[in-house]
Structure formats: structure tokens, C-alpha cells
Design a protein around this ligand. Structure first.
Ligand code: PMV
Length: 322
């Protein structure tokens, strides 16, 4: 078999968080989540199945990669090879147009772009939900980046729940360090599920927050979406902290205090925080400039990346031949 395809995908930010996995195989989240796919930041990945190759190869941002990242990519490509009935090796070339330590999960856009490019290069014509299922097995949040706008991941299935125009939202990513995080999300959730006295409470509370947030989104209620997103993030971090997993730093908390001071001053700004120290501020487009100016004055905030809701993963070049 030979085949070539290039796909592009964007990172996403969870408004209601997933934290923890179901027992058993398949990398299935323990709780439902709802995210927004972001425009303006992208991973572009090409996959070439070439009968002359003697092994799979992976290049990320111009550097040949081995070890764990290569093993994870091969895991995905192997599933596609099994489905296509081929043993041909692949060369993968991937590039992020945003820094890895930007506080935006490159694994989400990375595995969404890899899943779509691999499927297409193998000559398979899978619908988006099957591509998302493939991406989820490598990184659960990657399933959400297959779709654009507002996206839900519930159990094994990801689906678009509202178009990118559903909320007049801007996400301000407050970058607080150039270093990569020390505890991966998979390790952090593992420790939380085994050791946190609050993990059971999180498993009960997270679906409630998720369903309320989904309803608020469909009603176009910006304030309620923001309030529930902040609640979800704080509940997730509380469960992790009780197990000794602390992602926030002084700069994260200073930014959180500023977001709350903005609300006191009449700006509808809300905070969310993932498995790292970078706070993400959720704000209306019309108030984004004011919020950005205030957050850039917070000690420890190095720079701010502004993103709007964006599109799902798509093939931009190539076609596979089985
Ligand atoms: O997709 P993973 O396994 O890297 O985990 C992502 C976890 C959070 O970003 C903290 C929450 C989420 O729902 O994206």
C-alpha cells in the first residue's frame, strides 16, 4: 500500500473537565466533558505510507523523535493498519504553530490531526465519529479536536453540540512559564483516582456540572457557562490537590484573583485551569481587550494568547490508495 495525506487540527479547552479514566482498556474518560475548539493555533501533520520504509518514523517540529512519543504514534497507526489490512510503515511529519509549553494541549490537536491524516492516507473513508474514537484511544481530549465549535465527550463518543457561533467567546491563555509540566495529565489522574479522598465526590459532581453547562450553552447563557466552567476547573483541581497533585502556582492564583476582581468591576470574566499553571480566562469578545490589559499586569503572567472558537480537523492535501 502507498498513500499520503495532510491534516490540520486545533487544540481545545475543556469548559467542563474530564479527569479520571474508566477501569479497563480503551482510554475511556470516567466523566463527560465539554470543550471549545480554538481557532488560530494549529497542528499540521502529514502521513506517508511507503513500502520502501523499514520502520515507522516521526518528526515533530523539525526534530526526529523516538521513545514514548513515537510509541504512542505507532499505537495509533497500528490500529489503522489493522483496519486497512496492511503492514506498510509510515513516515509522520508534524508541526505545531504554537509553543509546546503554551498551556494548550498539543496532544489534543496532535492526535486529532494524526488520526485523520493516517485514516485518509490508508485510503479509508471513515466518518468523523470513527476518527474521533481512534484519536480518543491515544489522548482522550484529542477526540474533541476532531470536531469544531463546542464539543462533548461522553463515554467513548465525541460529538459536536453547538456551532462555533453559539457563544460570543474569547479564550485568553495566560502563559506563566515556558517550562513543560512535570506531571502528565494521565499520571495526575491516576494518582487522583487512587489516592484522593475527594475523587468519589468529583465523579458524582462532574456529570452534574457538565449537564448544567451543556444546557446553559444551548440557551446561549454566557454568564452561566462561565460560572460552571470555573466551578468544574476548581472541583477538578480540588480532587487532584487532595492527592498531592498541584498544578497551580502563585501566578495562577494571582490571575484567578484578577479574574474575580474583574467580575466585581462588571466584566463577565471566568477562569479555567488545566493540568498546568496557565490560567485561561473566558470572556465575551467585546470585553476581551479590557480583560487582556488587566491580566497582562498580573505578576507572573508572561504573555497572553487570545483565541476564538474554531473549526474541527480537516484534510488539506492528499488521498490514500489501499
Ligand atoms: O486528554 P488528556 O488525557 O491529556 O487529559 C486532559 C485533561 C484536562 O485537560 C485537564 C481536562 C480536559 O477535559 O481536557
Amino acid at each position: 500500500m502507498s498513500g499520503f495525506a495532510v491534516a490540520i487540527a486545533h487544540p481545545n479547552i475543556a469548559l467542563s473537565k474530564y479527569w479520571g479514566k474508566r477501569a479497563g482498556a480503551g482510554n475511556v474518560p470516567a466523566v463527560p466533558s465539554l470543550s471549545v475548539t480554538l481557532a488560530g493555533l494549529a497542528t499540521t501533520t502529514s502521513v506517508t505510507f511507503d513500502p520502501r520504509l523499514t520502520a515507522d518514523a516521526l518528526e515533530i517540529n523539525g526534530v526526529e523523535v523516538s521513545g514514548e512519543p513515537l510509541r504512542r504514534a505507532i499505537g495509533l497507526v497500528d490500529r489503522v493498519r489493522d483496519a486497512a489490512g496492511t503492514r506498510t510503515f509510515a513516515r509522520i511529519v508534524s508541526r505545531n504553530d504554537f509553543p509546546t509549553a503554551s498551556g494548550l494541549a498539543s496532544s489534543a490537536s496532535g492526535f486529532a490531526a494524526l488520526a485523520l491524516a493516517t485514516v485518509r492516507a490508508a485510503g479509508l473513508d471513515w466518518p468523523a465519529d470513527r476518527v474521533a474514537d481512534l484519536a480518543r484511544r491515544s489522548s482522550a481530549s484529542a477526540a474533541r479536536s476532531v470536531f469544531g465549535g463546542f464539543v462533548e465527550l461522553e463515554g467513548e463518543a465525541a460529538r459536536a453540540v453547538a456551532p462555533k457561533t453559539a457563544l460570543d467567546l474569547r479564550v485568553l491563555v495566560c502563559v506563566t512559564t515556558e517550562e513543560e509540566k512535570k506531571v502528565s495529565s494521565t499520571d495526575g489522574m491516576g494518582v487522583t483516582s487512587r489516592e484522593s479522598p475527594y475523587y468519589a465526590a468529583w465523579l458524582e459532581e462532574a456529570p452534574r456540572i457538565h449537564h448544567a453547562l451543556r444546557e446553559a450553552l444551548l440557551a446561549g447563557d454566557f454568564e452561566r457557562v462561565g460560572a460552571l466552567a470555573e466551578k468544574s476547573a476548581l472541583a477538578m483541581h480540588a480532587s487532584a490537590m487532595a492527592a498531592g497533585i498541584v498544578y497551580v502556582t502563585g501566578a495562577t492564583l494571582a490571575a484567578l484573583a484578577e479574574v474575580r476582581a474583574m467580575r466585581d468591576a462588571g466584566i463577565s470574566a471566568w477562569a479555567t485551569i488545566d493540568a498546568g499553571p496557565h490560567l485561561k480566562c473566558l470572556v465575551r469578545a467585546s470585553e476581551a481587550a479590557a480583560a487582556k490589559a488587566r491580566l497582562s499586569g498580573v505578576p507572573g503572567v508572561l504573555r497572553i494568547i487570545e483565541a476564538a472558537p474554531g473549526d474541527g480537523a480537516r484534510v488539506i492535501e492528499g488521498e490514500g490508495r489501499a
